[in-house]
Design a protein around this ligand. Structure first.
Ligand code: GLU
Length: 424
């Protein structure tokens, strides 16, 4: 049975690269009917932090990358010690003070068939005797990693390309312990738009940041999936189910993947547009409350209407604040840019008439507001577009948005009239 693992060190947040590694492991396990192990590699007691571990677990759960088994290396120190002692007893390792080192035989080629990159050869002349247990009693990364991969019966080690040079060292440890060597697959690096390795300098790298920005987990997963792998054709929006059916490690690219924010936003917009308005409303509630735009008591039906009007006009959930925020405030003012836009033609009188008539409307719905508007435009002998534009700016503070009459209805009579009255 296929068994893979994601083995993050809780020395920082789960970043985009780590999430992509986790996802490819998860997809491979699911595509093979295998198991996915999450192993927290917290052997570095100084740098590992419980808050990072928690954040990694939260981000994995948020992304939907559920694991079948869970381990923490800090619970397993006695296991590593025992295996290191055995290697000393077998004459394959030796003590240096309180540390234990593996003897590395010189002038040997270590060759492995990387599932993505093909055969890779290292010569042991480049490899020093390997520290297995450090003098403080903690295991070295490669040692605890190999002991665990062997005892957990990991069949495929899928990880970032930055670990390629660790692989021959780890193969030597497998051999010394008489364990079966798993298959290895090293994923290409992820580069920023500038061609440099993805780093803090590039902007958001933590999954949490994308969550906070208002990316939907399914959209982020969809995007991460395309970083180094593509289903047949140029299909970009792909469900997890069909990705799992099509996924193949051998089809993962060898060359670096480039992180493309615009593409991620485009994919996110597709997911937002396709989301059920009710569900989207639930996702927006925390952001609206955090921004102070919504109190504990609100009109859910009204809110869903607003979300429905804007859902095809946003790339992230945060965009909703920028685009629809004008509907959630009473003290509303125009930016200088929009004031200038509005003042291109002085519609002061026309606005007052429109305000008076709207204010007198018995019902304030789409049909009624449209009729009042069109009658006025007819009387004035102007094109309706000439008036639509400034009215939209006056009501919403923006020159783009949903239909004008839908906007008036959700804004409500009082605020519509008031904004028209004080526009000029
Ligand atoms: N703890 C290692 C890391 O976070 C895991 C490497 C591996 O997958 O073997 O880079």
């Amino acid at each position: 049975m296929v068994k893979v693992r994601f083995a993050p060190s809780p020395t920082g947040y789960l970043h985009i690269g780590g999430a992509r590694t986790a996802l490819f492991n998860w997809m491979y396990a699911r595509s093979q009917g295998g198991k996915f192990v999450l192993r927290i590699e917290d052997t570095d007691l100084e740098r590992s932090k419980p808050e990072y571990e928690k954040e990694i677990l939260d981000s994995m759960t948020w992304l939907g990358l559920v694991w079948d088994e869970f381990y923490k290396q800090s619970d397993r120190f006695s296991i590593y010690k025992e295996h290191a002692e055995k290697l000393v007893a077998d004459g394959k390792a030796y003590r240096e003070g309180t540390a234990i080192l593996l003897k590395v035989e010189k002038a040997r080629d270590i060759k492995f068939d990387d599932q993505i990159r093909g055969f890779i050869v290292f010569n042991t002349d480049e490899i020093k005797d390997q520290v297995l247990m450090k003098s403080d009693g903690s295991p070295a990364y490669s040692f605890s990693c190999v002991v665990d991969d062997a005892l957990m019966e990991i069949t495929h080690v899928i990880r970032g390309e930055d670990h390629i040079s660790n692989t021959p060292k780890q193969i030597l440890i497998y051999e010394a312990m008489g364990f079966k060597v798993p298959k290895f697959a090293h994923l290409p690096l992820i580069m920023g738009a500038d061609g440099a390795r993805l780093s803090k300098r590039f902007g958001a790298v933590a999954v949490t940041d994308y969550r906070g920005e208002g990316f939907l987990p399914d959209a982020l997963v969809n995007y991460l999936m395309l970083l180094g792998w593509a289903p047949s054709g140029t299909q970009e929006v792909i469900t997890m189910k069909s990705a799992v059916e099509k996924f193949s490690i051998k089809k993962v690219n060898k060359t670096a993947a480039q992180f493309d924010m615009e593409k991620l936003k485009w994919i996110n917009a597709q997911y937002i547009k396709a989301a059920e308005t009710k569900v989207l409303t639930d996702s927006l509630l925390p952001i609206l409350k955090e921004e102070g735009l919504l109190g504990d008591v609100f009109d859910r039906t009204w809110l869903e209407t607003v979300v429905g009007l804007f859902k095809s006009r946003m790339s992230t959930l945060r965009d909703f604040i920028d685009r629809a925020g004008f509907l959630f405030v009473n003290d509303f003012s125009l930016s200088d840019e929009m004031k200038a836009e509005l003042n291109k033609i002085n519609f002061s009188k026309e606005f007052q008439v429109l305000a008076d008539r709207l204010s007198g409307a018995a019902v304030f719905d789409h049909a009624a507001t449209e009729k009042i508007f069109r009658d006025l435009v007819g009387e004035l002998g102007i094109k309706s577009g000439d008036l639509v534009h400034p009215v939209r700016v006056a009501l919403s503070g923006s020159n783009v948005g949903p239909g004008l009459f839908e906007t008036m209805v959700v804004l409500g009579k009082e605020r519509t009239v008031e904004r028209l009255r004080r526009a000029f």
